[in-house]
Write a protein of this length. Structure first.
Length: 206
């Protein structure tokens, strides 16, 4: 039987609640900073941005400091609290229940969070995100995957407790899921092996 998103939400929330302070103390790798800046530069206007899976709010703060009106969501209440401490509007929500008005964002940013959504529910999550974007709005989707990273299930060697669920997709699979809801503006890969990162910029067609 296929794993469903509802099955993994509880363990994911517990894992990220427990690791929130540790994650907040980490710096950001230069390549991650570069990916973030590239997406910011693609935005033609400084409108309203939704960051999903926002973690401790480091990226949300960056976008906010660069003139965007930012709303952050995360599954973990502990992560949401850290976002709010940084002055970011933040809400505890899962990806299938993003409680915002349709078409209320100019951009959506999702860095290393949709790899926790099982393939069975990824198309529905993509449709939810599409519905929140205004026509022409951009969506950054970045996940580890492809190459030696394949399959889905709990990562038993994970440094979080309980071990988190991951879904790794090939480049072709990920782009196919993306095309179900969006137009692909850019796709590229950073790194290799267990640090192989797939970066997509997607657009909601008018």
């Amino acid at each position: 039987m296929s794993v469903r998103y509802d099955d993994v939400i509880g363990p994911l929330r517990a894992a990220y609640d427990g690791g929130a302070q540790r994650r907040d103390s980490r710096g950001k790798a230069p390549w991650k900073v570069a990916e973030r800046a590239t997406f910011l530069n693609r935005l033609k206007k400084r409108g309203r941005l939704l960051e999903i899976g926002a973690g401790t709010g480091q990226d949300s703060v960056y976008f906010q400091e660069n003139g965007l009106e930012v709303v952050a969501v995360d599954l973990s209440p502990a992560m949401v609290a850290l976002c709010r401490e940084k002055g970011v509007e933040a809400h505890a929500m899962d990806f299938l229940h993003l409680d915002f008005a349709p078409g209320s964002f100019d951009a959506v940013y999702a860095f290393n969070c949709l790899l926790h959504v099982p393939n069975t529910d990824l198309p529905a999550v993509m449709d939810v995100i599409r519905g929140l974007l205004r026509p022409g709005g951009l969506f950054f989707l970045g996940v580890y995957g492809g190459g030696s990273l394949t399959g889905e299930g709990p990562f038993e060697e994970d440094d979080h407790d309980p071990p988190r669920f991951f879904s790794f997709r090939s480049d072709e699979e990920l782009q196919e899921y993306a095309r179900g809801s969006f137009e692909i503006v850019d796709f590229h890969v950073v790194g290799a092996d267990e640090n192989r990162f797939q970066a997509l910029t997607l657009r909601r067609s008018v």
